[in-house]
Design a protein. Structure first.
Lengths: 440, 440
């Protein structure tokens, strides 16, 4: 009976418990001692217990109980069951992110934030694309060869609203003009990044890059997004009261998650978009409803359980031994990681900082906004994970992207806290928040 | 890219959303209109959307999006990913059941409850075993042939504390002598049932049935249980404060679940016990700790999300078209279902009712206790699911067991509510609760 389905489940349950403990130990060390976001500790815990490091060691002479059967047929470095749970986690995470977005504040700051976010998407995309091409990790001769560079560009556009929000909340500057601008810009950035991702995935799938194809993909992505948003605004009240009609325990939670799952699956199956796009959009559509308040607490509990699994599993997929695999040497992979990390900082700082200067911030304020946009965090990890799982990028680029993500995410809080000390970040004559053009 | 891992996940996510919606619709109809426990609605929803019924229809002329690839290699009628999530759900459910047991009250009523529970385990086991043999669903010529009868016996021993507790809470008789006795007896019943299950699985695995083998299995089960309980009582305080040292969001929840997963996997891998035994025992061991209070709410949210998946997936595995498959005709399967349902009522009523009469209840009280022990509920479903997944019982016996479970679970509330009207259930002279021997 030891190869029965239940025995298989037992092995996976044991692995899952290792993942959960590793996540919490890593997260706690990060938060408590290193003062960096817990997500980085979870990621590093995943890298440590991966089959490529500790997980691969045959402990106590016996079989390696933490060992993952690498390459289970689908090109996945983890078992399909764990991959499935990790994907569920990503969907629930993005759904909650959408749900928790303050739609009113978002609408108020959407104009300056859009300008900041656009700069913070375009320049990182171009510099990510450029770095990949210049360092020989993409082949400009064919569309297929160009796709990795497009994907690195897409990864570079990410902004992790969670990490900046956390740091600004800690220093009580969340509702400063810079704070609100960064948060709204991070939301716009998510939307733009998601459109970029949709276009890149579309190009990877179609294998062509005509203006018409990009236009179609763009319209599909924007159409799906706007459609769900408009439909959401119009019917979200009815959906909310429909769901709240269910009185049985957990009814609202389960049905809200079902809506997120439907939007995710529809995005992937019928629109060729990433599942997280569907989940995020559905969350945003429902963010103003009574349903949101009803499910907030229980959604957080589900997230607390699932999300660490996602980041550990992402970490477990990092194979630094494959860093210089394929056509490239280890040295060139390391050079790529260093260059991409530096480019990531410069492109986001310049790309978001200069627009910030022109929408009413002085140099101090623009610097704060620029620094707030730096961390790539979970968004970049999710995009990189999609790239690896769909076979568009290999282990080498995936590893480089992880290094860049960790670097920007660790760096941001270090500089953000001192940058927020001192005077106003608004231009002279705009000291009074209500008189400035910010947020008008 | 449409066979990529992400496309597979998207299909499963869509299926999961169908499962969740079906669960909630079924549960709500049960609770609101039929006044029966929601678990039965979820089960029936699962049967309805199974690949054997609605799920198998090719909707809209296209592929059947709800269709499950029946028989995915492992002998599972559902995909390994969904099976894994369903098993996670069963583990979390039993862990919470253990955690929510009031250990003090349990200890106070353990003596009369043990007597009631023993009768309520022995007679149903024997009558379940007997019915299977008499109706020709087991072959007494070999151990292997006898195993289905043993398994049916094990399924018959179950008592669903959740359903009785729910009904008694509704009519505010939860803390009556009968109520507390039933709840404590249901707990003892779980423990005894779990030992019976361990022995049956042991026999199925070993293929022998010597007294020594049974003794070893019994000692293993009791040893694991007592070991974890004693160890739990001694170190649960330290485990609790150790876990509560973690301050990051969801730390207590995640680590408590990790403990449940470790206990489950260890029970299955190293002790040959069912995973739910490990989960339940770990829950009971931690039930008196501060940790329990810290995780209660978030554990309930996780349960609310996961548990409906389990019951729908159990329902999805019911194939009534296989009811008369194999060596048996449809007629004999139906006869088996009817006989087993009747036996289930008689055996539990007599087996638990007569001991109740002898521990201080009058005829009214003994009847109430007997009725309270009737519903097999989720416990029987979990045991039947283990039997099917491990290949010990076939689709025919699985279907019969589901019919019996649904019958007893629907019947109990119908009779329980009128039975609790009227006077005291204690013997004359024992009207004052403190003077009766109940609970001393």
């Amino acid at each position: 009976m030891h190869d029965s389905p239940l025995a298989v489940v037992a092995e996976l349950i044991l692995l899952l418990s290792v993942i959960l403990v590793a996540a919490k130990v890593g997260g706690e060390i990060s938060e408590r001692y290193l003062k960096i976001p817990p997500v980085l500790g979870e990621l590093c815990a995943g890298i440590l217990i991966s089959p490529f490091l500790l997980g691969g060691i045959h402990w106590f002479g016996g079989g390696a109980i933490f060992e993952l059967p690498v390459g289970t047929g689908d090109g996945l470095p983890v078992e399909p069951q764990l991959f499935f749970v990790a994907q569920l986690a990503a969907i629930v995470l993005l759904f909650e992110a959408g749900l928790e977005t303050d739609r009113d504040k978002f609408m108020k700051y959407v104009r300056p934030a859009t300008i900041v976010a656009s700069g913070g998407v375009i320049l990182p995309f171009l510099m990510g694309f450029g770095a990949t091409v210049l360092l020989g990790f993409a082949d400009m001769g064919s569309i297929e060869g160009m796709v990795p560079a497009l994907f690195v560009g897409a990864i570079m556009t990410a902004t992790s609203v969670g990490i900046t929000a956390r740091v600004l909340a800690d220093i009580r500057r969340l509702d400063s003009p810079e704070g609100v601008t960064v948060l709204a810009a991070a939301v716009v950035d998510d939307v733009l990044g998601i459109i970029v991702l949709a276009i890149v995935i579309g190009i990877a799938e179609e294998g062509t890059v005509t203006a018409v194809a990009i236009g179609i993909i763009f319209l599909k992505a924007v159409g799906f997004w706007l459609g769900l948003m408009v439909l959401g605004s119009l019917v979200s009240k009815y959906i909310s009261s429909g769901v709240l009609w269910f009185k049985s325990a957990g009814g609202a939670l389960v049905l809200a998650l079902a809506l997120a799952f439907i939007a995710s699956a529809v995005a992937e199956i019928y629109f060729g978009l990433a599942m997280i796009i569907g989940a995020y959009t559905m969350g945003l559509a429902l963010s103003g409803t009574e349903l949101k308040h009803q499910v907030e607490d229980s959604m957080r509990a589900v997230n607390n359980f699932l999300v660490p699994i996602f980041f550990v599993v992402i970490g477990m997929q990092v194979d630094f031994t494959a860093f210089g695999a394929g056509d490239t040497s280890l040295a060139s992979a390391i050079i790529f990681a260093v260059v991409l990390s530096i480019f990531a900082v410069i492109s986001k700082a310049v790309g978001a900082g200069i627009p910030a200067y022109f929408v009413g911030f002085n140099r101090i304020g623009a610097t704060r906004v620029a620094l707030g946009m730096l961390p790539r965090g979970e968004v970049a990890l999710i995009v990189a994970g999609i790239g690896l799982a769909s076979g568009v990028i290999g282990q080498d680029i995936f590893g480089v992207a992880i290094v860049m993500t960790v670097f920007t995410t660790v760096l941001a809080p270090v500089f953000l806290i001192p940058a927020f000390k001192g005077g106003s970040g608004l231009k002279t004559g705009a000291e009074n928040e209500n008189e400035t053009e910010i947020g008008e």
